[in-house]
Design a protein around this ligand. Structure first.
Ligand SMILES: NC(=O)c1ccc[n+]([C@@H]2O[C@H](COP(=O)([O-])OP(=O)(O)OC[C@H]3O[C@@H](n4cnc5c(N)ncnc54)[C@H](OP(=O)(O)O)[C@@H]3O)[C@@H](O)[C@H]2O)c1
Length: 284
């Protein structure tokens, strides 16, 4: 049995689909009772557990030998993951595939890298088998501004430099491989897409796929942060996002890793494919 936390989320939902395709016994976890039926309809077990509830987390892990652990970017995410790791250990789980972020290490200088590193070290110390899934920016983040792209014909670029965006489905596929195949214990997988794209590159792909003229306009850090806070992101988390974006103009988010193709034996998905599949979201 594999328990998937964050099973309705950006990486967890495609992971559940992939695990079911592979035919394994899968248990999907949500904190929202209204999502249970939809999860069950996929053909998996579905259970309710909040990251703040140790007993529910332990029930979610009972009988599972592997888990996928992801939380939203949240000020409490280190505590939430610590609760889930403790529950996994108590329930007899053997292997935790932990979603963190590219650059997470004890040497990290940025807030997200430090936060994620703390959890990675905690998991190592737990004695459980571990695999770290460390992605760069998700292509799915572009959907956050799909409405304004459709309305204004403008992509607002808060990065200002090349970024090797990854499709969350590739993250899910690598996680599925780590959960179901041998050889992934003790590995940290830095994951990127196959190309480094600037705001202008993204606008060009959006224009080509939608058949409309979409331009890129810079978004100042304070405006990016205000938009995230208006979307109910916590102030400190939005500040950490802006801090991460600040290294893009120096090219630090543009390096390409080959891990997706190394692990999956197929190329990583390109932005053009992602935009084409989500074309309707970017047109009015
Ligand atoms: N977005 C990016 O570009 C990016 C890049 C690199 C790393 N990351 C990292 O990736 C992680 C986010 O991954 P993701 O996008 O797959 O996650 P997500 O979609 O943001 O969240 C996963 C799920 O967590 C569940 N959840 C929320 N609060 C909960 C609670 N209190 N208890 C239990 N479950 C709860 C929600 O599902 P329910 O409502 O069903 O409970 C949600 O669907 C973060 O750690 C972030 O730092 C993100």
């Amino acid at each position: 049995m594999i328990t998937v936390f964050g099973a309705t989320g950006t990486t967890g939902a495609p992971l559940v689909d992939r695990l079911l395709e592979k035919g394994g016994k899968t248990r999907a976890v949500t904190s929202d009772p209204s999502k249970l039926e939809k999860l069950k309809a996929k053909g998996c077990e579905a259970v309710l557990a909040n990251f703040t509830d140790p007993a529910a987390l332990e029930r979610a892990c009972a009988g599972a030998d592997r888990i996928y652990l992801v939380t939203p970017a949240h000020l409490d995410m280190r505590r939430w993951k610590a609760n889930a790791i403790a529950a996994a250990k108590a329930a007899g789980v053997r292997h935790v595939v932990l979603a963190t972020g590219l650059g997470a290490s004890p040497k990290a200088g940025l807030t997200f890298g430090k936060w994620h590193s703390e959890t990675q070290e905690l998991l190592k110390e737990s004695g459980l088998d571990w695999t770290f899934i460390q992605p760069t920016y998700f292509m799915q983040n572009l959907l956050w501004q799909a409405d304004s792209i459709a309305r204004d014909g403008v992509y607002y670029d808060d990065l200002g430099g090349p970024v090797a965006w990854i499709d969350a489905r590739d993250i899910a596929d690598v996680a599925a491989e780590a959960l179901t195949c041998a050889g992934h214990v003790g590995k940290g997988y830095g994951l990127t897409g196959p190309e480094a794209l600037t705001g202008e590159d993204i606008a060009a792909v959006l224009s080509e796929v939608t058949g409309r003229s979409i331009t890129s306009a810079p978004l100042a850090p304070e405006d990016a942060k205000a938009a995230m806070v208006a979307n109910r992101m916590q102030d400190e988390v939005a500040a950490a996002m802006v801090e991460l974006a600040s290294i893009a103009p120096k090219g630090y988010l543009g390096s390409i890793e080959t891990t997706v193709s190394d692990v999956l034996g197929r190329p990583a998905l390109r932005l053009r494919e992602f935009v084409a599949e989500n074309r309707d979201a970017f047109v009015q």
